[in-house]
Design a protein around this ligand. Structure first.
Ligand SMILES: Cc1cc2nc3c(=O)[nH]c(=O)nc-3n(C[C@H](O)[C@H](O)[C@H](O)COP(=O)(O)O)c2cc1C
Length: 508
């Protein structure tokens, strides 16, 4: 953990500033460290107990590991554990560990919408309430569900001063205005009525819940790793900021709504742009998978370190395969995007596994599954019998569903092989990744952060923030007509010791 102490202001409110190399920059304006501390919405940092408005988004299958979440918390930032794709017991074990290892520090866990496994979403959300988890990142929602609303309103009450208190908070990640609108609105009346009917809320609590947004914080997720609508951040963020203003005016919430930015953020100027546009906080993803704390493996970290910006592709998603939903993955060094696309093509073309012609079946059995389709169904069936037997019952009645489950088994295993570093399956690795990775590699080329073993999540986050602050400060000075040298404006990654020195430096 890097202990940070930023410069304090002098009596005149200004401090002499130095460039990253220590040469005098100018004696006007705040220092880079002061700018850094002021990035993002102060209330976001206050409400979540953060030093920095910087969030490491959830990454499924524990890729956003407990170690990653701990590192972010200790560095004054926020991390969400990657619960998606894991069974309830694994998620609960991670929550137990976080509650014990970083008591009092900020962290959250992902609650992912699972249209194919609504019982799992329900069970995980109930477990969160029972275990006293206070913060979730809600994602992949197309419309609100009872589990996510139940989490938000659990324990709602008025304090002695009459203010509404909501112990549970949601940071909702969306890429569409319709979904953002639902999260920024009060919970639907029919859901609150249902919770009153089941005795989970009193009528008084339901009346309070009708006065709060489902989520005070909504992240605008632009072109990112994994599930994405591939929207540009420069168009999505202003749209959601305008929505925030409309809905804040409409509902007059006591605690104003906030919008964060995600997708493609992996360089100082990228973060600077998001903050300059009005993001309350920034969320990174792709670059954190490349960090030593991530739940991925060294082989994948090396692949990610070689990625360039165009080395990604859209491929069918395991969790919403039948709906034709796609997600963004790495295409350099793996055949996964092509193989997954083939499975989608066959699923569209044929009514059942038996109907697939021999010419297509042979490569499936030899290369994809390395087993006959009958054997693959047997192992898939065994998996679903323990996880959700209703899926097996349906598949045995519905040949198309059986085909979907078999194909989804490849899509699910391919990301597990990647996380585990299964050497015989390198060509099948499914690695969620966005263009942010290539931009980050480009920025860090030739520096200590080029090496996968030096990529520590906290060091990355602080470097991005420091660089963003330097960038914004330079822009502000230039706008005042102050001439700056290249050295004063270029943001290169700074080694942890030097960064600590810069951030702890006392004003001259
Ligand atoms: C490997 C990986 C897995 C991800 N899994 C999830 C997930 O399970 N739930 C979620 O809300 N977001 C997930 N994301 C998205 C990130 O939380 C984050 O919003 C996104 O990566 C930001 O965009 P970027 O990749 O351009 O940095 C994942 C991202 C990556 C890289």
């Amino acid at each position: 953990m890097i202990e940070l102490e930023t410069k304090t202001k002098t009596a005149t409110g200004t401090t002499p500033c130095r460039s990253q190399t220590g040469s005098p920059l100018t004696d006007r304006g705040p220092s880079v460290a002061q700018v850094l501390d002021s990035l993002g919405e102060a209330s976001f940092k206050h409400d979540h107990g953060l030093r920095y408005a910087y969030v490491a988004g959830a990454m499924a299958n524990g890729i956003a590991s407990v170690e990653l979440v701990e590192a972010m918390a200790r560095g004054g930032m926020l991390g969400f554990f990657g619960a998606a794709g894991l069974g309830k017991d694994r998620v609960e074990a991670a929550l137990n560990r976080l509650q014990a290892s970083i008591p009092g520090l900020p962290f959250g866990v992902n609650l992912i919408h699972s249209p194919n496994e609504s019982s799992l979403e329900d069970a995980v959300a109930r477990m969160f309430i029972q275990r006293g988890l206070r913060l979730i990142e809600a994602s992949a929602y197309l419309r609100l569900t009872l589990p996510v609303v139940r989490f938000r309103v659990a324990g709602i009450h008025r304090d002695a001063a009459g203010h509404i208190v909501t112990p549970n908070r949601i940071v909702a990640k969306v890429s569409r205005v319709e979904v953002a609108t639902q999260f920024f609105s009060p919970p639907p009346a029919e859901m609150l009525n249902e919770l009153v009917r089941t005795g989970e809320l009193t009528a008084e609590q339901a009346a309070l819940a009708a006065q709060i947004p489902v989520a005070q914080d909504v992240t605008a997720e632009a072109d990112s790793a994994g599930h994405t609508d591939n929207r540009p951040l420069v168009t999505l963020l202003p749209t959601l900021l305008a929505l925030r203003d409309r809905l804040q005016a409409k509902f007059a919430y006591a605690h104003p709504l906030r919008v964060g930015a995600a997708g493609g953020l992996s360089t100082p100027s990228g973060l600077a742009a998001a903050f300059a546009m009005g993001a309350a906080y920034v969320v990174t993803g792709s670059v954190n998978q490349a960090c030593v704390e991530s739940g991925s493996c060294d082989a994948v970290r090396k692949m990610l370190a070689q990625a360039e910006q165009a080395d990604t592709a859209m491929a069918p998603a395991a969790d919403m395969f039948e709906m034709g939903v796609k997600l963004q993955v790495l295409k350099r060094g793996t055949m996964f995007p092509m193989r997954a696309a083939k499975l989608w093509e066959l699923y569209r073309a044929y009514p059942s596994l038996d109907a697939i012609p021999e010419a297509d079946r042979a490569p499936l059995e030899k290369q994809f599954f390395r087993a006959t389709l009958a054997e693959t169904w047997a192992s898939t069936r065994a998996f679903w019998l323990t996880r959700d037997p209703a899926q097996v019952e349906r598949a045995e009645r519905d040949a198309k569903h059986k085909m979907a489950l078999v194909f989804r088994s490849y899509l699910g295993l391919s990301s597990r092989w990647a996380n585990a570093g299964e050497p015989s399956r390198v060509m099948d690795y499914q690695v969620w990744c966005g263009p942010a990775m290539g931009a980050f590699n480009e920025w860090t080329r030739g520096t200590f952060l080029e090496k996968p073993e030096n990529r520590l999540a906290e060091v990355l986050g602080l470097n991005l923030l420091y660089g963003a602050a330097k960038h914004l400060r330079a822009v502000a000075l230039r706008l005042q007509g102050i001439p700056l040298s290249l050295e004063d404006t270029v943001c290169v990654p700074i080694e942890p010791d030097r960064l600590r020195e810069l951030l702890n430096a006392k004003p001259d």
